[in-house]
Design a protein around this ligand. Sequence first.
Ligand code: CAO
Length: 414
Amino acid sequence: MKALEGVRILDMTHVQSGPTCTQLLAWFGADVIKVERPGKGDATRSQLRDIPDVDSLYFTMLNHNKRSVTLNTKHDGGKAIFTRLLETCDVIAENFAPGALDRMGFSWERIQEINPRIIYASVKGFGPGPYEDCKVYENVAQCTGGGASTTGFPDGPPVVAGAQIGDSGTGLHLALGIVTALFQRETTGRGQRVVCAMQDGVLNLCRVKLRDQQRLTHGPLKEYPQYPNDTFGEATPRAGNASGGGQPGWIVKCKGWETDPDAYIYVIAQAAAFDGLARVIGHEDWLDDPDWNTPAARLPKIEKMFAEIERWTKTMSKFEVMETLNPLNVPCGPVLSMKELSKEPSLRATGTVVEVDHPTRGAYLSVGNPIKLSDSPVEVTRSPLLGEHTDEILRDVLGMDEAAVAAAKADGAV
Ligand code: CAO
């Protein structure tokens, strides 16, 4: 038994933000029916292809455990089938450009008429306001949600993160909105509208930077590299690799950094573990020196302190540094490349990295469900081929007979 068994989701999502949400719900046991345009499907099927004529990794890694039905929702026959699917589903999820579903004739009011218990969940770029009609992709959201202005080095331009906080981050927010709405339906008997804007999702993940914006009005941000030698402007600045939590931290080089772009480790020089750190890097002298032996004394010399730490870390591999510092309770973590993560045995053992077989592409690696539930095991299965389950869904979910299925096909509805 899986947590969301019995929940059926009409999945109109495409690209990344929406599909990450419905993929999670599928992993928790929901029956996710992905509706795709006949002949074309989700645009990501053909984007960034690595093998000709085969569904891309972009698509396969975001659409596991789903069924695919092709349906033209702008065609009268297709609309009739879509209406019947709305009647049988618990959730409809979509992330089209603003107003797309309304233009098809399915406003929230109309959807509620069709099925008052349905939850209608959407990702949009922006919430109501000046930009509500804009189309939005990942990096636009990172820029408009505060991620880019606070990422990068103080003397460089704004930088976007590799982590897809706009797309996958908002998909996560939407998934929580959907299960919360399902929970509330248990008492109200009604569905509801769930909307997550990517700008809001990114800003939520940048919460501590808005904290710093307000702290800035009361004085300099002492944990930022700008303190005490540089000046602060009016907005939360970029902090490079400084640790956001008030404990000095930085990324330092390890052995091999000259040729390996990932031979680095993050080290936090936490006050509680400072003695051990100072000793291991050969600076026992700091322990009795009032210029070094308190966090306040070290604060103006953080750059020098990390230069000294780095002199030591450069003599060892990032894994050796990790092994040496962990017993000393010094928080640290090697910068792991995607190559290293893909081979990490512990991630394979927990199902966070999985190998999945696919009929046309063969075996590929994917990220499995990062959320582990003890009573709801996850088996990651491959993404569907375009329209692979069209007949099955029309027959088994909607009860259409062979003649009706054939007629819908001949008509161009599916
Ligand atoms: N049958 C018939 N028509 C269909 C269909 C189907 N099964 N599925 C989709 N369509 C139609 C839509 O109705 C829409 O038609 P109209 O423009 O006439 O309303 C059209 O296909 C294209 O949809 P779109 O505008 O959403 O797609 P796009 O490629 O132009 O834009 C995106 C993509 C992502 C920018 C836009 O969908 C968007 O802003 N979404 C919200 C924010 C979001 O999720 N962004 C993250 C994307 S991941 O990086």
